[in-house]
Write a protein that binds this ligand. Structure first.
Ligand SMILES: C[S@@+](CC[C@H](N)C(=O)[O-])C[C@H]1O[C@@H](n2cnc3c(N)ncnc32)[C@H](O)[C@@H]1O
Length: 333
């Protein structure tokens, strides 16, 4: 998934830095990805460590992580369920009603056909869950598969804060439900959906990886449609973009970020803490350094990173820009 702040392309840098500090053999370590987003960092460590704890305050992220991180045993017949969902007779529902043009909603986040397909698949998954046909493992696997597949055909520049006036080429393609494959392994992992600063008081482990938002863009607003697909609840969409009520993170505000960050570091019951942050964030490099070094042995590692900025209107106008990505390292006293 094309996600703001995704560490997909930086995962090798993160993995090698963490191993250079903690050691190559992580097989007895508990690793926590407390701002997990797409779950990509936890996925990288899932085979390396004893246990991954993944957490994010957003429900769509919880669903992705319940599948990619917590699911670790094979699910019999999962492909049969995907095929059945992919071939159901089409029904309308709340995505078509509120987010497609043909319903008269005035919004165009998906083509009419894809909006109805999302509704069809989403309703059937809930029906199976309610009548006991599927267990939680399969439920989150199917939901994650739907979220990923729907995101591929979304008619947006990149996030859901606005839709495009004309249906772009990738959004014209028919939604095909693709399996969200997860790593099979023998260990048990656990996923939470909590505010990081609450969860930190209840967990402990060896390696804490922090990847909070860097700027004022709230994830709940930018990915509201993924939450709506995942929750599939009744609410009144607001305004031109059909926004729902959303979480407001302390890490997205200049006035609260430093206080929240220091509290998180202070409360953390982990020996090693790694923070990803870039040089365009709400906290400066010095802000972070000054907070972290109060709590133990501090180090800073950086890499140049080419990132893509989404222009408002069109995907193809994405501009490349160079930023510096930092990994702040703390060995806690
Ligand atoms: C930079 S993104 C993480 C990206 C992730 N590492 C990846 O590669 O997909 C930051 C994440 O923090 C989450 N978040 C923001 N505030 C939070 C909070 N107070 N507690 C938990 N999660 C939070 C957002 O929902 C978002 O998914």
């Amino acid at each position: 998934m094309n996600y703001i702040g995704s560490k997909y392309k930086l995962s090798n840098f993160i993995e090698s830095t963490i191993c250079s500090v903690v050691g190559k053999d992580l097989s007895d370590k508990i690793f926590c990805d407390i701002f997990a987003g797409t779950g990509i960092v936890g996925r990288v460590f899932k085979n390396e460590v004893k246990k991954v704890i993944a957490n994010d305050v957003e429900y769509y992220s919880y669903v992705l992580n319940k599948n990619y991180i917590e699911n670790h045993k094979p699910i019999p017949d999962k492909k049969t369920y995907i095929d059945e969902l992919d071939n159901l007779p089409i029904k309308k529902g709340l995505i078509y009603k509120n987010y497609c043009f043909g319903s008269g909603s005035g919004r165009q986040y998906f083509s009419d056909e894809n909006g109805k397909k999302i509704d069809t698949v989403r309703q059937q998954i809930e029906l199976w869950k309610n009548n006991g046909e599927i267990n939680n493992n399969l439920y989150y696997f199917l939901l994650a598969s739907l979220i990923e597949s729907a995101d591929k055909v979304a008619n947006t520049a990149s996030v859901y804060s606005a839709f495009l006036k004309r249906i772009k080429r990738s959004a014209q393609k028919k939604l095909i439900l693709k399996s969200a494959e997860y790593i099979i392994n023998g260990n048990q992992h656990i996923v939470f959906k909590e505010d990081s600063n609450n969860l930190i008081k209840k967990i402990e482990g060896d390696i804490l990886y922090l990847d909070p938002p860097y700027n004022a863009r709230q994830y709940g607003a930018n990915y509201h449609l993924l939450n709506t697909i995942a929750l599939y609840d009744n609410f009144i969409p607001k305004g031109k973009t059909g926004l729902r009520d959303y979480n407001k993170s302390q890490y997205c505000s200049k006035s609260s970020v430093k206080g929240a960050f220091e509290e998180l570091i202070k409360q953390a019951n982990f020996k090693y803490i790694f923070l990803s942050y870039n040089n365009e964030g709400l906290m400066s490099v010095d802000d972070v350094k000054n907070i972290m070094r109060k709590y133990g042995k501090y180090d800073l590692i950086s890499t140049n990173y080419q990132r893509f900025r989404a222009d408002k209107e069109e995907n193809r106008n994405h501009k490349a820009s160079k930023t510096k990505e930092y990994l702040h390292v703390l060995e806690k006293k």
